[in-house]
Write a protein that binds this ligand. Structure first.
Ligand code: ZN
Ligand code: ZN
Length: 149
C-alpha cells in the first residue's frame, strides 16, 4: 500500500512498454509492466513542487521501470520521500516513498500517452485551493485511498 496514492500492487506485463520523459527529452523512461494505480494528488507538496493546482500520478513497480537517457536529478521533498526531475528542463517525473520501497509513481502527464491510464480517485482534497473544481465524480479520500478501497 502506497502512503501517497493508496494503490494496491498487482502486476501485469505489457506487450509494449509504457514510455515517457521530460519536456526537453533529456530524461526518458520505460516501464515494462502496467501501472497498478492512477490518481490525482491534491497535497500541498505536489502542488508546490509542480507549481500546479493538483498532480496526476500513475504507480508502477520500481523493478519494472528504467530511466534511459540523461540521469534525472532528485531531492528529498519530505523525510523518506524522493522526487526525481530533469536537471535540464525541470519537469517533475517521479515520487518514491521509503514506506513503499518497491513502488514508483510517475507523473501521468510525463507519459507519452497520458490519456491511457485514467485516474480512479483523488487524494488529499483537504489541501485544495478554494477555487479548484474537478466535478469528475471520482471518489476523494482524505489522504490515501483506504485499504481495500
Ligand atoms: Zn528535460
Ligand atoms: Zn501529493
Amino acid at each position: 500500500m502506497s502512503p501517497h496514492t493508496g494503490n494496491e500492487r498487482q502486476t501485469v506485463t505489457l506487450a509494449a512498454p509504457v514510455r515517457g520523459g521530460c519536456f526537453c527529452g533529456a530524461v526518458r523512461y520505460e516501464a515494462s509492466e502496467a501501472p497498478f494505480g492512477s490518481m490525482i494528488c491534491h497535497c500541498a507538496s505536489c502542488r508546490r513542487i509542480a507549481a500546479a493546482p493538483a498532480v496526476a500520478w500513475v504507480t508502477f513497480r520500481l523493478d519494472g521501470l528504467r530511466f534511459t537517457g540523461a540521469a534525472p536529478r532528485s531531492l528529498e521533498s519530505s523525510p523518506g520521500v524522493r522526487r526525481r526531475f530533469c536537471g535540464q528542463c525541470g519537469t517533475q517525473l517521479s515520487y518514491e516513498n521509503a514506506q513503499s520501497p518497491h513502488e514508483i509513481d510517475l507523473t501521468t502527464c510525463s507519459l507519452d500517452e497520458p490519456a491511457r491510464f485514467a485516474p480512479t480517485h483523488h487524494s488529499w482534497p483537504q489541501h485544495d485551493l478554494p477555487w479548484l473544481r474537478f466535478g469528475d465524480g471520482l471518489p476523494a479520500y482524505p489522504q490515501s485511498r483506504p485499504a481495500g478501497g
